[in-house]
Design a protein around this ligand. Structure first.
Ligand SMILES: [Zn+2]
Length: 151
């Protein structure tokens, strides 16, 4: 019978829990689709700060590094949207709200635009191309993060 490693299962469950929380926080800014305000307040520095404060206040034990990680997970969405392409008005994200309510988009164009008109010809193929491209760009970064975390 193998000896249990200290914190092996608990550490693994904790890592999965944190990964799930960070993953959900990474996609949560797009919930603004539900209220017809896409790319606005939820895609901002203000929302990122609020998420960090909420994580600090709501999760126990209170942890500044965990709160910062939650804010970084939320903020990563803003960064990736800013680096992408946007064909829907308003163009870009309201990145600096509440300090500035302008919309910003980098000229990098790293990611393909995501169309929301599902009746458009070729939309399914385009969406799969966009997903494949995002996986190609971000997969190695995610793999490196997992590798680094396990060391
Ligand atoms: Zn978004």
């Amino acid at each position: 019978m193998a000896a249990a490693r200290p914190g092996g299962v608990a550490a693994s469950q904790s890592a999965w829990r944190a990964g799930t929380i960070f993953g959900l926080l990474g996609i949560a800014p797009d919930l603004d689709f539900l209220v017809g305000a896409h790319s606005s307040y939820t895609h901002s520095l203000g929302a990122t700060i609020l998420v960090g404060l909420a994580a600090w206040a709501l999760f126990t034990p209170r942890s500044v590094p965990f709160a910062l990680a939650c804010a970084a997970a939320w903020g990563s969405h803003l960064l990736l949207d800013w680096l992408g392409t946007d064909g829907s008005v308003p163009i870009g994200v309201m990145a600096l709200w509440p300090f500035d309510d302008g919309y910003y988009l980098s000229s990098a164009g790293w990611f393909l635009p995501i169309h929301r008109d599902f009746a458009q010809p070729g939309i399914v193929a385009h969406t799969f191309r966009a997903i494949a491209w995002e996986l190609l760009l971000l997969g190695p970064i995610a793999a490196a993060a997992v590798w680094f975390r396990r060391r």
